[in-house]
Design a protein around this ligand. Structure first.
Ligand code: ADP
Ligand code: ADP
Length: 220
């Protein structure tokens, strides 16, 4: 995994909306960090800046060694409707140049890890919301990213499913030790998942607290 440094990162959109004030934070390799705050305080913008989907107005995202590879999980699982669970995971690997047989084998293992071994040939519409989110997680993790960016991934799911997915995510993180950055407006979820919580507030968003979780995972 890979750490990263947010160095006086700020973003004002071309229409004049100041989304992010000035954010500085060092995120160490292998940490699981939550960005917690109300809607509109710039949390998604921080992830998009890290991913290079937006250019910062000021400041920069620094990578200590080389830029880590990134996985991104969005709230809406962006699965291809016409493709099976396996193909949703395998096709991006094939597009990146992997042999079809290896891509499909990796997809099989990834589905197994998220508890969907029996749904390899199912289409997205044949899966529940929670199961579709699991396919998205498998797809993000199959490329073994150094850094996993998660934008309120479970917000649309019921509390029970959400709890199960939180546990699955922690298990996968303990196994892979990617650097996790998890955006949420749920205090409970931030405390449950992360070792460290960065609290953003205001418009434009600013860092108002940087808290080490006194009882991080794995808990007794
Ligand atoms: P959060 O994830 O905390 O809800 P966002 O980062 O999505 O916050 O948005 C922060 C602010 O920036 C909001 O006021 C939002 O409307 C605005 N914003 C986000 N994306 C754009 C954009 N592409 N153009 C203009 N304003 C935007
Ligand atoms: P949601 O609550 O968002 O619809 P869940 O993940 O809780 O999604 O799944 C809903 C239903 O799908 C469950 O009642 C269960 O029967 C079935 N299901 C989910 N995951 C699996 C699995 N790994 N194996 C078999 N059935 C599953």
């Amino acid at each position: 995994s890979s750490g990263l440094r947010l160095d006086r990162l700020a973003k004002t959109f071309p229409n004049g909306t100041a989304a992010l004030g000035e954010l500085s934070a060092d995120i160490e390799a292998g940490a699981f960090v939550s960005l917690l705050g109300p809607s509109g305080c710039g949390k998604s913008t921080v992830l998009r800046l890290i991913a290079g989907l937006e250019e910062p107005t000021r400041g920069r995202v620094g990578w200590p060694q080389t830029r880590g590879s990134l996985g991104f999980i969005f709230q809406e699982p962006t699965l291809m409707a016409w493709a099976t669970a396996t193909n949703n995971i395998a096709l991006p690997l094939e597009l990146a140049g992997m042999a079809k047989s290896e891509a499909r084998e990796r997809a099989r293992v990834a589905l197994e890890k998220v508890g969907l071994a029996g749904f390899a040939d199912a289409l997205p519409r044949e899966l529940s919301g929670g199961m579709r989110m699991r396919v998205s997680i498998a797809r993000a993790l199959v490329a073994d990213p150094d850094v996993l960016l998660m934008d309120e991934p479970f917000a649309a799911l019921d509390e029970f499913t959400r709890g199960k997915l939180n546990d699955d995510l922690l298990r996968l993180w303990a196994e892979r030790r990617f650097t996790g950055i998890f955006v949420t407006h749920s205090v409970f979820e931030a405390v449950y998942l992360s070792q460290r919580i960065l609290i953003l507030s205001g418009r434009p968003g600013r860092l108002v607290a940087d808290i080490e979780n006194p009882a991080p995972y794995p808990r007794e």
